[in-house]
Design a protein around this ligand. Structure first.
Ligand SMILES: Nc1ncnc2c1ncn2[C@@H]1O[C@H](COP(=O)(O)OP(=O)(O)OP(=O)(O)O)[C@@H](O)[C@H]1O
Ligand SMILES: [Mg+2]
Length: 374
């Protein structure tokens, strides 16, 4: 189906609507081909997941490797990790009937989840959470299965920092041991909680120390994004003023998701064969904020009063410096420097703030605009 709007939201973007990332894809590919595992980090919404999906679509990769994308964002234990891993293997092979036999020959602990439809004879794999009884053994078997594949495998584990939150604290060590033994399988570990990821892979006393090369994803450069956005409009018989794209880019410091969201709306606002002027940007932003408003209301209601006050203050500033200083406390009528400290900690834990060199801003630019308008 022809996609109407070329600014696609979602991490699996069709190649024709994917912007640049050529050198990043080439570097990832080089690491993999040279047998290195990669740890891929960036702040949220820069495009890590998209980059991995895009890598997996490269003809050279498709030809040479079996690729698996495992998102462990919502997992809380090794059982759930294994559940996601087996599901992603199944997604790749579901069409091949012969696959089931080989998989369950090796992964014997999950054999109970193999079903044959009594009328059609169709095989299926129906695993429910809570059915994984011996996760360590299952993990061994899954790795053994990947290692026995004829083609080499790439396993991308997205939101990998989640492993640190598992109830059982030795999962990190367990995974490291398994992964270290792999010859046929390369791993990409992606994550947006950069300090946790860094700590996992670059602290001497951590299991994953020196087990992967590091790649940090930056935003797409402004000129490159600008050229892309104009080309997307042109391909659909529309035009966009370059100033409009630059304005959007700078509003969000190039952060891909926010930029794409607004460009998507700008494209929608532009009539057939029309031109998108710079002053559509304000309208587009307003439309998006309106769409998100109910969610923002709910979000705001969940913060304790002091955290809410601090959040509002930071949103007013855009980027807030020295938030625990007497001047900042006085300017926004916050109760004290120590209470700001406590609220800061709370907000950081909830991932609503981004910190850079001791200054803070809201991670969600749209939420920040909405707060500022109130
Ligand atoms: N190269 C690209 N071309 C076009 N759009 C992109 C590109 N990369 C990312 N995007 C857009 O940015 C959004 C965020 O990308 P993605 O989900 O890959 O980021 P992420 O770094 O994995 O974010 P998170 O940290 O939240 O998981 C996507 O929904 C998509 O709209
Ligand atoms: Mg992601």
């Amino acid at each position: 189906m022809d996609q109407k709007n070329p600014f696609v939201i979602g991490s699996d973007i069709p190649v024709e609507y994917f912007c640049d990332r050529e050198s990043e894809v080439a570097l990832l590919q080089k690491h993999i081909e040279n047998g290195r595992n990669v740890v891929l980090t960036s702040p949220r919404r820069f495009g890590k997941s998209g980059l991995i999906h895009h890598l997996f679509k490269q003809p050279k990769i498709k030809k040479k490797y079996a690729t698996f994308f495992v998102d462990i964002y919502a997992t809380k234990s090794l059982d759930e990790f294994i559940y996601e891993m087996s599901k992603s293997i199944q997604r790749v092979y579901a069409q091949k009937k012969s696959w089931y036999k080989r998989f369950f020959d090796i992964v014997s602990t999950l054999r109970f989840a193999f079903k044959l439809d009594s009328s059609t004879g169709e095989p299926s794999f129906e695993l429910k959470l809570g059915e994984i009884k011996s996760p360590q053994k299952t993990l061994d078997e899954i790795i053994e299965y990947l290692e026995s594949e004829k083609t080499p495998c790439i396993v991308a584990i997205d939101e990998f920092q989640q492993v640190c939150e598992y109830e059982n604290s030795n999962v990190e060590a367990l995974l490291r041991t398994k992964i270290q033994q792999c010859n046929n399988t390369r791993f990409i570990f992606a994550g947006s909680r950069q300090h946790i990821m860094r700590d996992m892979f670059f602290s001497r006393n951590k299991p994953f120390y020196q087990s992967a090369v590091s790649m940090n994803l930056d935003v797409i450069p402004q000129d490159v994004y600008c050229e892309f956005a104009q080309r997307m409009f042109l391909n659909k018989g529309k035009k966009v003023e370059p100033e409009a794209v630059r304005r959007v880019y700078s509003l969000f410091d190039g952060t891909t998701w926010f930029v794409q969201m607004v460009m998507n709306e700008l494209f929608a606002l532009t009539p057939e064969k029309g031109v998108c002027p710079e002053d559509f940007v304000g309208v587009a932003l307003q439309n998006i904020i309106l769409m998100q408003e109910p969610q923002y209301r709910d979000m705001l209601a969940m913060f304790p009063a002091r955290q809410k006050m601090l959040l509002l203050a930071i949103a007013q500033e855009g980027v807030a410096h020295e938030v625990t200083s007497g001047a900042f406390v006085a300017k926004y009528g916050l109760s004290s420097s120590s209470s700001v400290q406590a609220s800061l900690k709370g907000l950081k834990n909830k991932l609503v703030l981004s910190e850079e060199n001791g200054s803070y801003r809201l991670s969600d630019y749209f939420f920040a605009y909405w707060l500022k308008q109130r």
